[in-house]
Design a protein around this ligand. Structure first.
Ligand code: SAH
Ligand code: SF4
Length: 340
């Protein structure tokens, strides 16, 4: 049995050829899958009933199950999806002020090997990579369930996308070509896998690279992100400079704010120094609590103070809105498990 979602037009043509149908049928099926996001072949109403019956003998729309769906009071939706091997990941849909902007936050791996001290995903360890089809299934699931079209995608769910780069790049190509989501509306967030950033630099991507810096100095970063021992902030900076030169794109620096740990005056100063020669925007992420550690979120006052001091350096700074914290859907809260 073939699974239709995730197939390219070419692949679908192979199926329609085998059923002695025209290439136009393949185009229709392709549109039903990616643009209209149907749940079943029966919903493909511009195909004859007879052809649908034949198609159903050899193909089905999806093999992914929605295990749990939760809705936050702010409208954020979180889905726990189950793949045929029983592994689960979350995917989140954020609706910002207007309906024109629907951002899906997708997972790239089951668990994560990077093990940042503040992150619930990291605590699970690494289980396996997702295939590119499992990545795009997340967006299709959202579209099928809500009947809405996703407009932006961020790789900020479970997993480190640059440690599953082949599948992530394939998924991005399909998001771009089949879902018709512009490359500039795709963002990949990484904990800073230097050799992979160098690889990306040569690809001339139009998508946004976001980097989880989270600390102003080697000492602090080492305490919260073990990856600092592998690829230091200094190496990271060289890789980012190279990336910026080669792609001509500005990067996004993500900075997690943890009370008394990296939100001090001293930290702002060092951060400004580190970033002064990098073409970047800065996204501050106030720490979201997880039950695996005892970090605290800074007060709103100190978040705003940090922001305005940082802005004095002339860079654009935003504070990430907390979304879906009441259903554990906010950054760093995805564990792949259902909590009761
Ligand atoms: N592995 C990638 C992408 C997934 S995590 C990365 O680390 O960049 C998405 C973002 O959520 C990262 O910036 C990550 O550092 C942040 N994050 C992790 N735990 C968090 C927490 N408890 N509160 C707020 N943000 C968190
Ligand atoms: Fe992995 Fe990102 Fe979580 Fe770090 S923050 S453990 S890299 S998912």
């Amino acid at each position: 049995m073939q699974i239709l979602s995730g197939l390219s037009l070419n692949d679908i043509e192979k199926i329609t050829d085998s059923l002695h149908a025209s290439k136009f049928r393949a185009r229709q099926i392709h549109n039903w899958i990616y643009l209209k996001s149907v749940k079943s072949i029966d919903e493909m109403t511009d195909l004859s009933v007879k052809f649908r019956e034949e198609l159903k003998k050899v193909a089905t729309v999806t093999d992914v199950k929605v295990k749990v769906k939760q809705e936050s009071s702010d409208g954020t939706l979180k889905y726990l999806l189950e793949f045929p091997d029983g592994e689960c990941v979350e995917t989140v849909l954020m609706r910002f002020d207007n309906r024109a902007n629907l951002t899906a936050c997708v997972s790239s791996q089951v668990g994560c090997a990077v093990n940042c001290s503040f992150c619930a995903t990291g605590k699970r360890g690494f289980i396996r990579n997702l295939t590119y089809r499992e990545i795009i299934e997340q967006v299709l699931t959202i579209q099928r369930d809500t009947g809405l079209k996703v407009t932006n995608i961020v790789f900020m769910g479970q997993g480190e996308p640059l440690l599953n780069l082949d599948n992530v790049l394939k998924a991005m190509k399909i998001f771009n070509e089949n879902f018709q989501i512009g490359a500039r509306r795709l963002t990949v967030s990484t904990a800073g896998i230097v050799p992979k950033i160098n690889e990306l630099a040569n690809l001339d991507m139009q998508s946004t690279l976001a980097v989880s810096l989270h600390a102003p100095s080697h000492d602090i970063r080492q305490k919260i992100m073990p990856i600092e021992n592998r690829y230091s902030m200094e190496e990271l900076k060289n890789a980012l400079k190279n990336y910026i030169i080669k792609t001509g794109r500005r990067v996004t620096i993500e900075y997690l704010l943890i009370k008394d740990l990296n939100d001090t005056l001293e930290s702002v100063k060092k951060l400004v120094e580190y970033l002064h020669d990098l073409k970047c925007n800065i996204n501050l992420i106030p720490y979201n609590p997880t039950d695996k550690n005892d970090y605290q979120r800074p007060s709103n006052n100190s978040i705003m103070r940090f922001k305005s001091l940082l802005e004095q350096s002339g860079k654009k700074v935003t504070v990430r809105l907390e979304r879906g914290a009441d259903i554990d859907a906010a950054c760093g809260q995805l564990s792949g498990k259902v909590k009761n």
